[in-house]
Design a protein around this ligand. Structure first.
Ligand code: COA
Length: 182
């Protein structure tokens, strides 16, 4: 199948100082598996860490390559896939003008300001290209890194949705909800 069949309306590639943000492609499977085995990613972002390459391939096809406005984060200096960021429908809101920001980064690259760089570019895309009026983000209460990123990008805390989710491991978790109003 032609790769474009997966995301016919989404071809946007964004460039920042250190990163390419581009649509996912078939050949990202092994890199996705390398990153997503780490429980520190999935356990903070709300998905089960990947156990097999086949599982990563399924997620790649069924989610990352089907989803519009979801980018692979590629480090320019090495051309390696190091994360993902996207503006997807917010399951808590019935409003097409509002999207939810989701993101994860390979742990080896935390603490360098790279997600901050990606987020600024994607938030600008949400405002300028998608003409959104609101962007939301939801974090587990103990996800300090994610909350720091949101505060750095002017998101405001709007409240905690208690017992918002039963995780893959049976844990029941609250969502701390943030929003950015344009
Ligand atoms: C959330 C996540 C992406 C944050 O990554 P991060 O690297 O901490 O985020 P940033 O890109 O904003 O980097 C901030 C850090 O880089 C440092 N930094 C260096 N240069 C910087 C720059 N130019 N600008 C901003 N920060 C910079 C900051 O001081 C900060 O360091 P600290 O961690 O020592 O305080 C990452 O922890 C992650 O992938 N977690 C697992 C998945 C997840 O939780 N997803 C979100 C679900 S809601």
């Amino acid at each position: 199948m032609n790769e474009k069949d997966h995301y016919p309306h989404f071809e946007a590639t964004l460039e920042t100082e250190c990163l390419w943000l581009r649509p996912f492609q078939e050949s990202d499977d092994a890199e996705l598996f390398r990153c997503c085995q780490n429980p520190h990613l999935g356990d903070n972002a709300g998905w089960k860490p990947h156990e097999t390459l086949e599982e990563s391939r399924t997620v790649l096809h069924d989610f990352f390559m089907k989803q519009e406005d979801t980018w692979a984060i590629v480090l320019k200096s090495t051309n390696l896939l190091i994360g993902s960021i996207g503006l997807i429908a917010d399951p808590k809101r019935e409003n097409a003008q509002a999207r939810m920001l989701g993101y994860w980064l390979d742990e080896a690259y935390w603490g360098k300001g790279l997600m901050n760089e990606a987020a600024k570019s994607v938030l600008n895309y949400g405002l300028e290209t998608l003409k959104l009026s609101l962007i939301t983000a939801h974090c587990y209460p103990n996800n300090q890194r994610s909350k720091a990123l949101l505060r750095r990008n002017n998101f405001l805390y709007e409240g905690t949705l208690h017992e918002a989710e039963i995780c893959y491991n049976g844990q029941i978790l609250d969502h701390d909800c943030y929003y950015l109003k344009f």
